[in-house]
Design a protein around this ligand. Structure first.
Ligand SMILES: Cc1cc2nc3c(=O)[nH]c(=O)nc-3n(C[C@H](O)[C@H](O)[C@H](O)COP(=O)(O)OP(=O)(O)OC[C@H]3O[C@@H](n4cnc5c(N)ncnc54)[C@H](O)[C@@H]3O)c2cc1C
Length: 330
Protein backbone atom coordinates (compact mmCIF):
# COMPACT_ATOMS: atom_id res chain seq x y z
CA UNK A 1 0.00 0.00 0.00
CA UNK A 2 1.41 3.43 -1.02
CA UNK A 3 1.33 6.29 1.45
CA UNK A 4 0.08 8.56 -1.34
CA UNK A 5 -1.32 8.23 -4.84
CA UNK A 6 -1.25 11.43 -6.92
CA UNK A 7 -3.58 11.87 -9.91
CA UNK A 8 -2.09 14.16 -12.58
CA UNK A 9 1.46 15.15 -13.53
CA UNK A 10 1.03 18.86 -14.12
CA UNK A 11 2.99 21.36 -12.02
CA UNK A 12 0.88 20.44 -8.93
CA UNK A 13 1.36 16.67 -9.29
CA UNK A 14 5.10 17.01 -10.03
CA UNK A 15 5.58 19.34 -7.04
CA UNK A 16 3.69 16.86 -4.82
CA UNK A 17 5.80 13.94 -6.07
CA UNK A 18 9.05 15.82 -5.40
CA UNK A 19 7.91 16.70 -1.87
CA UNK A 20 6.69 13.15 -1.20
CA UNK A 21 10.09 11.82 -2.22
CA UNK A 22 11.86 14.38 -0.02
CA UNK A 23 9.73 13.29 2.95
CA UNK A 24 10.40 9.58 2.28
CA UNK A 25 6.77 8.77 1.54
CA UNK A 26 5.97 5.87 -0.78
CA UNK A 27 4.02 7.37 -3.68
CA UNK A 28 3.04 6.98 -7.32
CA UNK A 29 1.75 9.54 -9.83
CA UNK A 30 -0.76 8.42 -12.45
CA UNK A 31 -1.01 10.73 -15.50
CA UNK A 32 -3.41 10.10 -18.35
CA UNK A 33 -1.37 12.05 -20.90
CA UNK A 34 2.27 13.12 -20.86
CA UNK A 35 4.38 14.81 -18.19
CA UNK A 36 3.10 18.42 -18.09
CA UNK A 37 0.27 17.53 -20.46
CA UNK A 38 -1.53 20.89 -20.17
CA UNK A 39 1.68 22.74 -21.04
CA UNK A 40 2.30 20.28 -23.87
CA UNK A 41 -1.06 21.43 -25.25
CA UNK A 42 -0.17 25.16 -25.17
CA UNK A 43 0.23 26.73 -28.64
CA UNK A 44 3.56 25.85 -30.23
CA UNK A 45 6.11 28.63 -29.62
CA UNK A 46 3.95 30.50 -27.04
CA UNK A 47 5.81 32.67 -24.54
CA UNK A 48 4.08 32.14 -21.18
CA UNK A 49 3.00 35.14 -19.11
CA UNK A 50 4.55 34.15 -15.77
CA UNK A 51 8.11 34.91 -14.76
CA UNK A 52 10.56 32.11 -13.93
CA UNK A 53 10.20 32.47 -10.14
CA UNK A 54 6.48 31.61 -10.51
CA UNK A 55 7.12 28.52 -12.61
CA UNK A 56 10.14 26.73 -11.14
CA UNK A 57 10.28 24.04 -8.44
CA UNK A 58 13.56 25.23 -6.96
CA UNK A 59 14.84 28.79 -7.12
CA UNK A 60 17.04 29.79 -10.04
CA UNK A 61 16.75 26.48 -11.94
CA UNK A 62 14.58 27.59 -14.90
CA UNK A 63 16.80 29.52 -17.31
CA UNK A 64 15.01 30.66 -20.47
CA UNK A 65 16.81 32.44 -23.29
CA UNK A 66 14.65 35.56 -22.78
CA UNK A 67 12.92 37.00 -19.71
CA UNK A 68 9.99 34.54 -19.85
CA UNK A 69 10.09 30.95 -21.06
CA UNK A 70 8.41 29.59 -24.16
CA UNK A 71 6.14 26.54 -24.02
CA UNK A 72 9.08 24.44 -25.20
CA UNK A 73 11.50 25.73 -22.54
CA UNK A 74 8.94 25.27 -19.76
CA UNK A 75 7.96 21.78 -20.86
CA UNK A 76 11.59 20.74 -21.18
CA UNK A 77 12.27 22.10 -17.66
CA UNK A 78 9.38 20.08 -16.16
CA UNK A 79 10.32 16.89 -18.01
CA UNK A 80 14.01 17.19 -17.03
CA UNK A 81 13.02 17.89 -13.42
CA UNK A 82 11.00 14.65 -13.32
CA UNK A 83 13.79 12.62 -14.92
CA UNK A 84 16.67 14.08 -12.94
CA UNK A 85 14.83 13.59 -9.64
CA UNK A 86 13.68 10.11 -10.69
CA UNK A 87 10.09 10.85 -9.73
CA UNK A 88 7.75 7.88 -9.88
CA UNK A 89 5.35 9.02 -12.61
CA UNK A 90 3.39 6.65 -14.85
CA UNK A 91 2.14 8.36 -17.99
CA UNK A 92 -0.58 7.41 -20.46
CA UNK A 93 -2.62 5.75 -17.74
CA UNK A 94 -6.07 7.12 -16.84
CA UNK A 95 -7.58 6.99 -13.37
CA UNK A 96 -11.17 5.83 -13.74
CA UNK A 97 -12.35 5.45 -10.16
CA UNK A 98 -11.27 5.86 -6.55
CA UNK A 99 -13.03 3.76 -3.89
CA UNK A 100 -12.81 3.97 -0.13
CA UNK A 101 -11.50 0.76 1.44
CA UNK A 102 -10.46 -0.14 4.97
CA UNK A 103 -7.41 1.99 5.93
CA UNK A 104 -7.33 3.91 2.67
CA UNK A 105 -8.36 3.90 -0.98
CA UNK A 106 -8.34 1.66 -4.05
CA UNK A 107 -7.63 3.51 -7.32
CA UNK A 108 -8.69 1.81 -10.52
CA UNK A 109 -7.06 2.85 -13.79
CA UNK A 110 -7.31 1.64 -17.37
CA UNK A 111 -4.14 -0.40 -16.69
CA UNK A 112 -4.39 -1.66 -13.11
CA UNK A 113 -5.32 -1.12 -9.46
CA UNK A 114 -3.46 0.57 -6.61
CA UNK A 115 -4.01 0.87 -2.89
CA UNK A 116 -2.93 3.94 -0.94
CA UNK A 117 -3.50 5.54 2.44
CA UNK A 118 -4.29 8.88 0.83
CA UNK A 119 -5.04 10.29 -2.63
CA UNK A 120 -4.16 13.73 -3.97
CA UNK A 121 -6.27 14.95 -6.88
CA UNK A 122 -4.08 17.27 -9.00
CA UNK A 123 -6.25 16.90 -12.09
CA UNK A 124 -6.28 20.48 -13.41
CA UNK A 125 -9.33 22.03 -15.03
CA UNK A 126 -9.07 21.13 -18.68
CA UNK A 127 -11.32 18.11 -19.02
CA UNK A 128 -14.48 19.88 -20.13
CA UNK A 129 -13.87 22.68 -22.65
CA UNK A 130 -16.85 25.03 -22.46
CA UNK A 131 -19.13 24.98 -25.47
CA UNK A 132 -21.32 27.53 -27.20
CA UNK A 133 -24.19 25.07 -27.52
CA UNK A 134 -25.03 26.11 -31.09
CA UNK A 135 -25.87 24.19 -34.25
CA UNK A 136 -22.76 23.18 -36.20
CA UNK A 137 -20.41 23.17 -33.19
CA UNK A 138 -19.72 19.48 -33.86
CA UNK A 139 -18.33 20.17 -37.37
CA UNK A 140 -14.68 19.02 -37.76
CA UNK A 141 -13.57 22.61 -38.49
CA UNK A 142 -14.56 23.70 -34.96
CA UNK A 143 -11.76 23.40 -32.34
CA UNK A 144 -11.73 23.92 -28.57
CA UNK A 145 -7.95 24.24 -28.48
CA UNK A 146 -5.50 26.33 -30.51
CA UNK A 147 -2.21 24.54 -31.18
CA UNK A 148 -0.56 26.26 -34.16
CA UNK A 149 -1.01 28.71 -36.99
CA UNK A 150 0.41 27.20 -40.13
CA UNK A 151 -2.51 24.99 -41.25
CA UNK A 152 -4.65 28.18 -41.27
CA UNK A 153 -2.49 30.56 -43.34
CA UNK A 154 -4.73 32.30 -45.92
CA UNK A 155 -7.81 30.65 -44.36
CA UNK A 156 -10.76 32.55 -42.86
CA UNK A 157 -10.47 31.97 -39.12
CA UNK A 158 -12.93 32.96 -36.40
CA UNK A 159 -11.86 32.96 -32.76
CA UNK A 160 -14.62 33.17 -30.16
CA UNK A 161 -13.58 34.18 -26.64
CA UNK A 162 -12.65 37.05 -24.38
CA UNK A 163 -9.66 35.85 -22.38
CA UNK A 164 -5.94 35.60 -22.95
CA UNK A 165 -6.05 32.26 -24.78
CA UNK A 166 -8.46 33.70 -27.37
CA UNK A 167 -6.33 36.87 -27.64
CA UNK A 168 -3.13 34.88 -28.14
CA UNK A 169 -4.71 32.63 -30.77
CA UNK A 170 -6.04 35.67 -32.67
CA UNK A 171 -2.60 37.28 -32.52
CA UNK A 172 -0.73 34.18 -33.74
CA UNK A 173 -3.21 33.77 -36.61
CA UNK A 174 -3.31 37.44 -37.63
CA UNK A 175 0.48 37.80 -37.53
CA UNK A 176 1.06 34.71 -39.65
CA UNK A 177 -1.36 35.47 -42.45
CA UNK A 178 -4.73 33.94 -41.61
CA UNK A 179 -7.78 36.09 -42.43
CA UNK A 180 -8.62 36.49 -38.74
CA UNK A 181 -11.74 37.67 -36.90
CA UNK A 182 -11.92 37.81 -33.12
CA UNK A 183 -15.53 37.59 -31.90
CA UNK A 184 -15.60 39.04 -28.43
CA UNK A 185 -18.03 40.79 -26.06
CA UNK A 186 -17.24 44.52 -26.00
CA UNK A 187 -16.82 44.51 -22.19
CA UNK A 188 -14.17 41.77 -22.46
CA UNK A 189 -12.25 43.68 -25.15
CA UNK A 190 -12.38 46.89 -23.12
CA UNK A 191 -11.60 45.24 -19.76
CA UNK A 192 -8.19 45.87 -18.22
CA UNK A 193 -8.85 43.99 -14.98
CA UNK A 194 -6.48 41.00 -14.88
CA UNK A 195 -8.65 39.45 -12.13
CA UNK A 196 -11.50 39.19 -14.64
CA UNK A 197 -9.24 37.13 -16.93
CA UNK A 198 -8.91 39.89 -19.55
CA UNK A 199 -6.48 39.84 -22.46
CA UNK A 200 -3.05 40.73 -21.03
CA UNK A 201 -1.74 44.10 -22.15
CA UNK A 202 1.27 42.63 -23.97
CA UNK A 203 -1.16 40.60 -26.10
CA UNK A 204 -3.70 43.44 -26.44
CA UNK A 205 -1.18 45.98 -27.75
CA UNK A 206 0.06 43.85 -30.66
CA UNK A 207 -3.57 42.91 -31.38
CA UNK A 208 -4.34 46.62 -31.71
CA UNK A 209 -1.37 46.94 -34.11
CA UNK A 210 -2.81 44.09 -36.21
CA UNK A 211 -6.16 45.92 -36.25
CA UNK A 212 -4.47 49.08 -37.56
CA UNK A 213 -2.67 47.05 -40.25
CA UNK A 214 -6.07 45.49 -41.18
CA UNK A 215 -4.67 42.00 -40.53
CA UNK A 216 -7.27 41.44 -37.80
CA UNK A 217 -11.00 42.16 -37.59
CA UNK A 218 -12.97 42.56 -34.38
CA UNK A 219 -16.58 41.47 -34.14
CA UNK A 220 -18.42 42.76 -31.06
CA UNK A 221 -20.56 39.82 -30.24
CA UNK A 222 -24.16 39.53 -29.16
CA UNK A 223 -24.10 35.77 -29.65
CA UNK A 224 -22.99 33.03 -32.01
CA UNK A 225 -26.08 31.68 -33.78
CA UNK A 226 -24.87 28.87 -36.03
CA UNK A 227 -21.72 27.42 -37.58
CA UNK A 228 -22.03 26.10 -41.12
CA UNK A 229 -19.63 24.29 -43.47
CA UNK A 230 -18.32 27.53 -45.06
CA UNK A 231 -19.87 30.38 -43.03
CA UNK A 232 -20.86 31.41 -39.52
CA UNK A 233 -23.97 33.29 -38.40
CA UNK A 234 -23.31 35.83 -35.67
CA UNK A 235 -25.54 38.31 -33.90
CA UNK A 236 -23.77 41.61 -33.28
CA UNK A 237 -24.13 43.73 -30.15
CA UNK A 238 -27.04 45.61 -31.75
CA UNK A 239 -28.92 42.34 -32.24
CA UNK A 240 -28.41 42.27 -36.05
CA UNK A 241 -27.53 39.00 -37.76
CA UNK A 242 -24.33 38.90 -39.86
CA UNK A 243 -22.98 36.06 -41.96
CA UNK A 244 -19.19 35.68 -42.24
CA UNK A 245 -17.50 33.39 -44.74
CA UNK A 246 -15.42 30.96 -42.70
CA UNK A 247 -13.01 28.00 -42.89
CA UNK A 248 -12.13 27.35 -39.25
CA UNK A 249 -13.52 28.25 -35.80
CA UNK A 250 -11.70 28.25 -32.44
CA UNK A 251 -14.05 28.32 -29.44
CA UNK A 252 -11.75 29.40 -26.59
CA UNK A 253 -14.12 30.21 -23.74
CA UNK A 254 -12.49 28.27 -20.91
CA UNK A 255 -12.78 24.77 -19.51
CA UNK A 256 -13.87 23.02 -16.33
CA UNK A 257 -12.60 20.17 -14.20
CA UNK A 258 -14.23 16.76 -14.09
CA UNK A 259 -15.30 16.45 -10.45
CA UNK A 260 -17.16 13.14 -10.91
CA UNK A 261 -14.63 10.93 -9.09
CA UNK A 262 -14.46 13.31 -6.14
CA UNK A 263 -18.24 13.56 -5.92
CA UNK A 264 -18.59 9.76 -6.07
CA UNK A 265 -16.27 9.57 -3.06
CA UNK A 266 -18.60 11.93 -1.19
CA UNK A 267 -16.46 15.08 -1.51
CA UNK A 268 -18.58 18.20 -1.14
CA UNK A 269 -18.29 21.02 -3.67
CA UNK A 270 -19.07 24.73 -3.58
CA UNK A 271 -19.23 27.70 -5.92
CA UNK A 272 -15.71 29.14 -6.30
CA UNK A 273 -14.66 32.32 -8.07
CA UNK A 274 -14.35 30.61 -11.47
CA UNK A 275 -16.99 27.88 -11.06
CA UNK A 276 -17.62 24.75 -9.01
CA UNK A 277 -14.68 23.70 -6.80
CA UNK A 278 -14.23 20.93 -4.23
CA UNK A 279 -14.63 22.11 -0.62
CA UNK A 280 -11.39 21.71 1.32
CA UNK A 281 -9.54 22.94 4.38
CA UNK A 282 -7.47 25.99 3.36
CA UNK A 283 -4.56 24.87 5.56
CA UNK A 284 -4.33 21.12 4.96
CA UNK A 285 -6.03 20.96 1.51
CA UNK A 286 -7.89 17.90 2.77
CA UNK A 287 -11.52 17.54 1.68
CA UNK A 288 -14.38 16.45 3.92
CA UNK A 289 -13.35 12.85 3.11
CA UNK A 290 -10.37 12.10 5.36
CA UNK A 291 -7.32 11.16 3.24
CA UNK A 292 -8.57 12.83 0.03
CA UNK A 293 -6.59 15.97 -0.85
CA UNK A 294 -6.80 18.51 -3.70
CA UNK A 295 -4.27 20.92 -5.26
CA UNK A 296 -3.81 22.98 -8.39
CA UNK A 297 -5.82 24.73 -11.03
CA UNK A 298 -9.24 23.20 -10.24
CA UNK A 299 -9.19 24.60 -6.68
CA UNK A 300 -9.31 28.27 -5.65
CA UNK A 301 -5.50 28.35 -6.08
CA UNK A 302 -5.17 28.70 -9.81
CA UNK A 303 -2.04 29.22 -11.91
CA UNK A 304 1.31 27.51 -11.72
CA UNK A 305 2.79 29.47 -8.82
CA UNK A 306 0.19 28.11 -6.38
CA UNK A 307 0.00 24.73 -8.11
CA UNK A 308 3.65 24.34 -7.08
CA UNK A 309 3.49 26.07 -3.68
CA UNK A 310 0.40 24.33 -2.26
CA UNK A 311 1.77 20.74 -2.43
CA UNK A 312 4.89 21.88 -0.54
CA UNK A 313 2.77 22.81 2.48
CA UNK A 314 0.28 20.00 1.95
CA UNK A 315 2.82 17.15 1.74
CA UNK A 316 4.77 18.42 4.71
CA UNK A 317 1.63 18.20 6.90
CA UNK A 318 0.53 14.90 5.36
CA UNK A 319 3.96 13.41 6.01
CA UNK A 320 3.80 14.33 9.71
CA UNK A 321 0.41 12.66 9.92
CA UNK A 322 1.54 9.48 8.15
CA UNK A 323 4.70 9.22 10.26
CA UNK A 324 2.65 9.69 13.44
CA UNK A 325 0.26 6.93 12.41
CA UNK A 326 3.25 4.63 11.60
CA UNK A 327 4.66 5.10 15.09
CA UNK A 328 1.28 4.76 16.84
CA UNK A 329 1.00 1.56 18.91
CA UNK A 330 -0.91 -1.27 17.20
C1 LIG B 1 -2.31 28.65 -23.25
C2 LIG B 1 -2.15 28.71 -21.75
C3 LIG B 1 -1.15 29.48 -21.20
C4 LIG B 1 -0.99 29.53 -19.82
N1 LIG B 1 0.00 30.30 -19.29
C5 LIG B 1 0.19 30.32 -17.95
C6 LIG B 1 1.22 31.11 -17.35
O1 LIG B 1 1.98 31.82 -18.01
N2 LIG B 1 1.34 31.09 -15.99
C7 LIG B 1 0.50 30.34 -15.19
O2 LIG B 1 0.66 30.37 -13.98
N3 LIG B 1 -0.48 29.61 -15.73
C8 LIG B 1 -0.67 29.55 -17.07
N4 LIG B 1 -1.67 28.79 -17.59
C9 LIG B 1 -2.47 27.96 -16.67
C10 LIG B 1 -1.62 26.74 -16.23
O3 LIG B 1 -1.40 25.90 -17.34
C11 LIG B 1 -2.30 25.98 -15.11
O4 LIG B 1 -2.48 26.83 -14.01
C12 LIG B 1 -1.43 24.78 -14.66
O5 LIG B 1 -1.24 23.85 -15.69
C13 LIG B 1 -2.09 24.15 -13.46
O6 LIG B 1 -1.33 23.04 -13.04
P1 LIG B 1 -2.06 21.77 -12.43
O7 LIG B 1 -0.98 20.79 -12.10
O8 LIG B 1 -3.01 22.19 -11.39
O9 LIG B 1 -2.98 21.22 -13.60
P2 LIG B 1 -2.57 20.67 -15.04
O10 LIG B 1 -1.28 21.22 -15.49
O11 LIG B 1 -3.76 20.84 -15.90
O12 LIG B 1 -2.32 19.12 -14.75
C14 LIG B 1 -3.38 18.22 -14.48
C15 LIG B 1 -2.99 16.88 -15.05
O13 LIG B 1 -3.91 15.89 -14.59
C16 LIG B 1 -4.10 14.96 -15.62
N5 LIG B 1 -5.35 14.22 -15.36
C17 LIG B 1 -6.61 14.76 -15.29
N6 LIG B 1 -7.50 13.77 -15.04
C18 LIG B 1 -6.81 12.62 -14.95
C19 LIG B 1 -7.19 11.25 -14.72
N7 LIG B 1 -8.46 10.88 -14.55
N8 LIG B 1 -6.20 10.30 -14.70
C20 LIG B 1 -4.90 10.65 -14.86
N9 LIG B 1 -4.49 11.93 -15.10
C21 LIG B 1 -5.44 12.89 -15.13
C22 LIG B 1 -4.12 15.81 -16.89
O14 LIG B 1 -3.81 15.04 -18.04
C23 LIG B 1 -3.05 16.86 -16.57
O15 LIG B 1 -1.78 16.52 -17.08
C24 LIG B 1 -1.86 28.76 -18.97
C25 LIG B 1 -2.85 27.96 -19.53
C26 LIG B 1 -3.01 27.94 -20.91
C27 LIG B 1 -4.10 27.05 -21.48
Amino acid sequence: MFDLLIIGAGPAGISAAFEAKKHNLSYVVIEKGLIGNTIYNYPVGLTVFSTTNELEFTEGTLKPAREKPTREELLSYYVRFVLENELNIQTEETVLKVDKIENGFRTITDKGEYESKSVLFAIGAIDYPRQLGVKGEDLPKVHDMFRETYPWVKKRALIVGGGNSAGEAALFLAEEGADTTLAIFRENWESTDPKQGCIKFWVKQPLEDELKKHCLKLFFLGKVLEIREDEVLLENEEGEVETLPNDVVFVLIGSDADLTMLKNLGVKTEQGKYGEVPSYDEETFETNISGIYVAGHFTNHRHIKDAIAVPKALISKLSQRIKKSRSAPG
